[in-house]
Design a binder for this molecule. Structure first.
Ligand code: MTE
Length: 322
């Protein structure tokens, strides 16, 4: 399951997890120390070889170094992270993604970048990833529904990727789109959302060093149910902003309308910053249940990342721009 081959770490892709495959927390923590120790990093190549065909079940994440903005809160159990998901493309129940997401083919994969930039184009996943070094970042993820998790993500800053396409001065926002394919994503046959799933960020939010393009979690390549092969993690915003399985990125002059804004404009705003003082029209956002815990805990402003991001919203009425 976890072995060294040459200098790169070989990690099995957990598409179809059984009970026995779930790593106990202590083993994972040991693995984390190993990754952080630098033993795993020697000479790891960050080339196209990172994404070997999934068919042989051996995918190289290569070098993963510890990144900034970590929290020392207890990690959410890996099994919960992999089996309690929101990924409506595979159904609206929390257990649907783990059950059905293996139907999604993530290799080959490409991303089309368009709009207000000097270097648009369609890039294969290998080319998207090649220049970037991977880091592990332990982030809190707070879902708009009132639960939260602490997850050790692996990825790289979204801003580093966006800069490569040379956005013009007209690029005020970035829009993201998930794969749209009813054959692979049975949930898209029902119009619960206006497919494909769309999300957006203001340019300064997208370029913020906290904003992560994730390719893995818990020391492994992203499982399909968590948004393989490429997803956003924007830890100070409600979880639905962290769009999964991205196939398109568009630089825009005007603010994009996300799928959730379309579905309920009074309930889901463009910003969707975690804010205990702005209730959802149908429930309070003051408290949250950390998955694996019984008692609820207070929700923190910007999900606890106020020090890093509050300045982005200085002078804005956050009740109006929810
Ligand atoms: N992305 C897509 N494409 N489809 C979705 O249904 N759900 C969002 C977000 N990204 C969703 C998505 C919501 S509501 C949450 S809380 C997070 O993914 C959940 O991420 P996780 O399952 O990896 O914890």
């Amino acid at each position: 399951m976890f072995k060294l081959e040459g200098h790169a770490v070989l990690i099995r892709k957990p598409t179809d997890l059984g009970e026995a495959d779930v790593t106990p927390h202590e083993i994972y923590l040991g693995r984390r120390r190993f990754l952080a120790s630098g033993l795993a990093v020697a000479g790891a190549a960050l080339g196209g070889a990172l994404w070997a065909p999934a068919a042989d079940a051996g995918i190289r994440l290569g070098e993963v170094r510890p990144g900034p903005f970590g929290t020392d809160e207890a990690l959410t159990d890996r099994k919960d992270v992999l089996t309690y998901n929101n990924f409506y493309e595979f159904g609206v129940s929390k257990s649907d993604p783990a059950r059905y997401a293996h139907r999604m083919k993530t290799d080959p994969w490409s991303v089309t970048v368009s709009g207000e930039c000097e270097k648009p184009g369609t890039l294969a996943l290998e080319d998207i990833l090649a220049p970037h070094a991977f880091e592990e970042r332990i982030y809190r993820l707070r879902c708009v529904e009132g639960w939260s998790m602490v997850i050790p993500w692996i990825g790289f800053p979204l801003g580093d990727l966006l800069k490569r396409f040379a956005p013009t001065s007209k690029a005020k926002y970035v829009e993201f789109e998930t794969l749209y394919d009813k054959k692979q994503m049975p949930g898209q046959r029902r119009r619960v959302l206006d497919w494909p799933y769309r999300e957006g960020l203001r340019m300064d939010e997208a370029m913020h060093p906290l904003t992560l393009m994730a390719v893995g979690l818990y020391g492994e390549v992203l499982p399909n149910q968590n948004g393989a092969p490429l997803r956003l993690v924007v830890p100070w915003k409600y979880g639905f902003k962290s769009i999964k399985s991205i196939v398109a990125i568009r630089f825009r002059e005007t603010q994009p309308t996300s799928s959730w804004m379309k579905a309920g404009p009074r309930e889901y705003g463009f910003y969707s910053n975690v804010n205990p003082d702005v209730p959802h029209p149908r429930w309070s956002q003051k408290r949250e249940r950390r998955i694996g815990e019984f008692r609820k805990r207070p929700t923190l402003m910007f999900n606890g990342y106020a020090e890093q991001v509050a300045s982005l919203y200085r002078g804005m009425d956050l009740k109006k721009y929810f």
